[in-house]
Design a binder for this molecule. Structure first.
Ligand code: SF4
Length: 320
């Protein structure tokens, strides 16, 4: 599937660690300008490794394949060339905002820094930092720029981390479980805020999450990963409304709904196998309630369906 309007084009991206274990195996997807893609999967699915590989944040892994941003290949850039991309054209926020914040530097200095390192004057950088904090709902932003991270709540610290990521006006934000450590009410506020800011700025977002329930009101497209591979991807309506891959269906079924009675949740037994322990055939077959004989020996190839693609023998059999 190739789209002509893609801002980010990821083609056959593989990530291996020393010793040869493959964390991510030939993952391909595209994100258009202003589009929001959610990459969903359990712990060990490879979703965060994929996100970090886009900007080559991990230096101890080997990448194969292609990552193009605005037509520019990122996998072959030098570290100094990549530094010019990070924060300006693409930036990241992480689950733990404290990891992105320096404890003894003021909020204002940290939000202004992505601008000053790229040559913006100090006064202008602080003005734009205050505007960004204000946009992200930090009341009395100019005064609070003099505060330190420990003076902010977890939700406010994540807003500051988002301000640092967005102040350089990137085209793409990669958000890796940005709300996981926060309570549900604050999560909802942050998603609403991020959605509004992204729409106003035509910002493309790649959201990494283990919780498929959080993507319904936020993402345009969803990509489900299992054991380092794409299981299914497609538009949010079709993937959440009628998931075709049994793993995507299990994730969807595990989301509590308002009409769900206690004890009615569908739990997915087992866990994602470690990269070195992936079974032959479809890696999901030991957990799959509808596995066929062929699933134990032959890995399913991705095949196009409606507005997406799915890797499952059962889907191919039904289509045949
Ligand atoms: Fe289940 Fe087979 Fe489809 Fe894998 S390929 S998800 S084991 S039916």
């Amino acid at each position: 599937m190739t789209r002509t309007d893609a801002l980010l084009e990821v083609r056959d991206l593989s990530v291996t660690v020393p010793g040869g274990a493959t964390l991510v195996d030939r993952v391909s997807f595209e994100v258009a300008g202003g589009e929001r893609l959610a990459i969903v999967g359990e712990s060990g699915s490879g979703k965060s490794v994929t996100a970090r590989a886009l900007l080559r944040l991990d230096t101890d892994v080997t990448l194969d394949g292609s990552v193009r941003l605005g037509g520019q290949e990122l996998t072959t850039l030098t570290e100094s060339e990549l530094t010019r991309i990070r924060g300006r054209r693409a930036s990241m926020v992480f689950q733990d905002p404290l990891s992105a914040l320096h404890p003894t530097r003021t909020i204002g200095a940290q939000v202004a820094e992505p601008l000053t390192v790229h040559g913006v004057g100090r006064r202008e950088a602080r003005r734009r930092a205050a505007t960004m904090l204000d946009e992200l709902g930090i009341a009395d932003a100019r005064r609070r720029m003099r505060a330190y991270p420990h003076e902010f709540s977890g939700g406010m610290r994540q807003r500051v981390a988002m301000a640092i990521a967005l102040v350089g006006e990137p085209d793409l934000l990669i958000a890796d479980e940005p709300t996981t450590a926060l309570d549900v009410r604050v999560q909802e506020q942050l998603f609403a805020l991020l959605g509004r800011v992204a729409a106003e700025r035509s910002l493309a977002v790649v959201l990494i999450t283990h919780d498929i329930g959080t993507v319904a009101g936020f993402a345009d497209r969803v990509l489900v990963m299992y054991a380092g591979r794409v299981a299914e991807q497609g538009g949010v309506g079709s993937l959440l409304g009628a998931p075709r891959h049994p793993y995507a269906a299990a994730l969807r079924a595990a989301v509590p709904r308002l009409d769900t009675r206690p004890g009615q949740l569908v739990a997915l037994p087992g866990t994602t196998p470690a990269p070195a322990d992936r079974p032959a055939g479809c890696a999901f077959h030991p957990r799959c309630p509808v596995a066929l004989d062929v699933c134990r020996t032959s890995p399913p190839a991705l095949q196009p369906v409606d507005d997406g693609e799915v890797a499952c023998h059962l889907v191919r059999e039904v289509a045949a």
